[in-house]
Unconditional design. Structure first.
Length: 197
């Protein structure tokens, strides 16, 4: 087991840190502090070849402009809020419409496109990301302190998400990997989800 970190790029003049967790089973998971997103997840397939089982970009600068939330933690709310409006406890809230006609994945400045703080734990072979969302951010009420912890043990990656709020507010975080569970050989042939094993 080991943890390694490196600078992966820049966002708003701040370093993008890519942290790689590796296990004794030769599983490697790389997660960056932009969106707390899994950028790379390699296993060895039945042919003993390294295979990436998620989609991601090799260079950070593609993420802000081209990523459909590859591997990101989505929040405050994953999925759509119809017409960017909701009511809670008698109050109506209006959110930015970033996927007309709806508000999608927490808005254009939601958790999945923001910088998170990061802390590693070598004893657990884990990395934890932290983010604060202030009252009114992207139109949501209340302050939110959220975190996500990735722990790699053998062949298993666990993902634990937490959020603390100071008043009623919608919270529905999610992990947005695009999985590719096919082997390298299958990728070179006619491909669809039915080929996955």
């Amino acid at each position: 087991m080991s943890i390694n970190s490196k600078v992966f790029g820049k966002f708003l003049d701040k370093d993008i840190i890519l942290t790689q967790l590796s296990s004794d089973n030769k599983v490697f998971v790389s997660i960056m502090n932009w969106g707390a997103a899994i950028q790379d997840w390699k296993i060895f397939n039945h042919d003993h070849k390294p295979t990436n089982v998620v989609l991601g970009f090799e260079k950070f600068n593609y993420y802000p402009t081209h990523s459909p939330f590859f591997g990101a933690i989505i929040g405050r709310v994953i999925n759509r809020i119809s017409k960017g409006e909701f009511s809670l406890n008698g109050s109506k809230y209006t959110l930015p419409v970033n996927r007309p006609p709806n508000h999608l994945h927490g808005g254009s400045e939601g958790f999945g496109t923001s910088l998170w703080d990061v802390k590693t734990n070598k004893n657990e072979n884990s990395v934890t990301f932290f983010i604060e969302s202030k009252h009114g951010h992207q139109g949501y009420p209340g302050n939110v302190d959220a975190s996500v912890k990735y722990t790699l043990s053998g062949n298993y990656l666990s993902i634990e998400m937490f959020a603390n709020v100071d008043k009623p507010t919608p919270i529905n975080m999610g992990q947005h990997n695009y999985f590719n569970l096919s082997s390298i050989n299958e990728l070179n042939s006619v491909y669809n989800v039915c080929n996955h094993q």
